[in-house]
Design a protein around this ligand. Sequence first.
Ligand code: NOJ
Length: 710
Amino acid sequence: MSRIDTLIGAMTLAEKLGQLTMTASSYAVTGPVIAGDSTAAIKAGTIGNLLNMVGAAHVREMQRLAVEESRLGIPLLIGFDVVHGHRILFPVPLGEAALFDAETWALTARESAKEAAAEGLAMTFAPMLDVSRDPRWGRGVEGPGEDPWLGARMAEAKVRGFQGAGLAAADALAAVAKHYCAYGAVTAGRDYASADVSERTLREVYMPPFAAAVASGVPAVMPAFTDLAGIPMTAHRELLRGWLRGRWGFKGVIVSDYNAIAELMRHGIAADLAEAAAHALKAGVDIDMMSDAYRRGLPTALARKLVNMAEIDESVRRVLTLKEQLGLFDDPYRRGATPEPAEAFVHRRQLARAVGARAIVMLKNDKETLPLAASLRRLAVVGPLADAPAEMRGPWWGAADGEGQVSVASQVVHAPGVAIDSDDASGIEAALHLCATADAILLCVGEAATMSGEAASRAYLDLPGKQCRFAEAVFEHAHARAKPVIVVLFSGRPLVVPWLVEKADAVLAAWFLGSEAGNAIGDVLTGRVSPSGRTPVTWPRAAGQIPIFFGERNGGRPANPADRYTSKYLDVPNEPLFPFGHGLTYGRFALTNLRVTPLEVEDIDTMQISVDVRNEGARAAQETVFLFTHDKIASVARPLLELKGFAKIELQPGEAGTVTLSLRAAELRFLGIDLEPVFEPGEVEILVGPCADRLHLLTATVRLSWSRPC
Ligand code: NOJ
């Protein structure tokens, strides 16, 4: 008999339910309910998993209680939200997505895993893979942005990075793909609200990142809090057992979200905890995070015959298998055994700085205001986010303290002007006095870190508090004296600030860049680093354009300014303020000579797509080249642009090079009328360029034909 069979054979019901229970310690608070002291339950073997435990000594002590003082000595699985770093933070995931660089996505996950595993943790509730097309929803900051293909690439990279050489490695964390599925589609962008999307959108937009995570070997998945067309994801048998386990072959653990099983009662599909627990277990949810519904509800559910012991055993087996894969049975203390050397943190900070600089998206740079000329080095640094170290962490700060973060004005004279979100405008005068002493003004404005993330939806996406008034005063002062104003915009979403962009000379979208934010921003301002980030979300010019994304379909009446009866607004253009992929550099790139070979393909072929890129600017820079496709005539109307690839090229002034991307013709398949994949003959446009704006894309057309029968 295997170790797991023997254990299951020896376990009481209470011990089995303990393995299906995850309880929070109060070291970090990430939800509304906090569990009390769990030590007695751990010794009794009735709690098998913990979350929110921080610090190697605490983790080890809890593990010791489980391994050395419980009857069966089963080790604990201890997880935490290591989202973009543990103590040293990298940019928030949406900011990292702006790098369009899978190797770096994997690298930051690797470093985060090393740091967290060195404190004894074995699981991270990441990556968050929810495609988000509605910036009102605060949780877009945790994920890959608006595009499913991009989300899938990020999923692969993050799973690879967190898990390193393999789950059993002492520096590996089990990744959790969350929040399955369509959480980003919550009604009106309001967190936790219902989602209701078509079957096609579910499969084409929201599922691909999760399918990619499963294909990459993710060992755990977390269902979303939300319901999808009336079926809460925590109880969604078709999507959990049918799709995830059945069609994709996922063999790992499904861990509920925080209190989500108990919330099945609020959803209105369970009358009591026993029914809630039965719904979740039947759907395949193995671990109950923070509801205590399995421990309290499943015994009753068993008595009522809502579930049977075999179903409980099936979940226990999956949890124990994951613990075994993590090497916890062989050596429960392998993680957290050796503290990391000091150099590891130094190295990690350097990485955080380099990645931070590359996550910055330069939205605007009129008259080459940036990099700052030596003559403009007398800078007035103003705004509530100029000196706000704790804010630089963004909404998921892991175990990072507020003080250890570098913000823009950490070492320079500055004036906040106003607070991030208050009615007090009394500091504006002092800030304007500081502006009067300078040649140029660095205006650091935006959201507080906690204005995005969980439970942080916003209906107005302008600057909060009195920041608009403050910024207007700064612009008035600066414009009257012909001083440039450089805006550094901090946010966890694309803010709707066309007026700010219009008035500024340069704008840097700085998201929340993590521990080295200030240094990273300094590197870009001074030109030590040439900006290369590209926005992974479309930036609206008006909140009324939301949801907004580049992958729209044409419709029967596409916008035509000369025809009233076409798809447009009366009061605002359809076009976003900035398209997906937008981001300026200190170079100036020209893309020419798009070649696609072959131009006639069957489904087994691979195309090589090349474009020449020349840096016509005066500074070295990195260009990002995007590859889109458009199936013009198909049995189902296809999006106007579908992302299929990206590549980067670094060029000196005057230098030219060629970017080549491969595209398998099979990737031009889509879900046909019956939602099964089809490869249809006909013409497909191949579009290559610097962003998702057709005006900037070079186009070629390939002809698809059926594959010859062998
Ligand atoms: C609730 C969040 O939705 C989820 O993303 C997170 O992992 C858990 N809380 C645990 O903190």
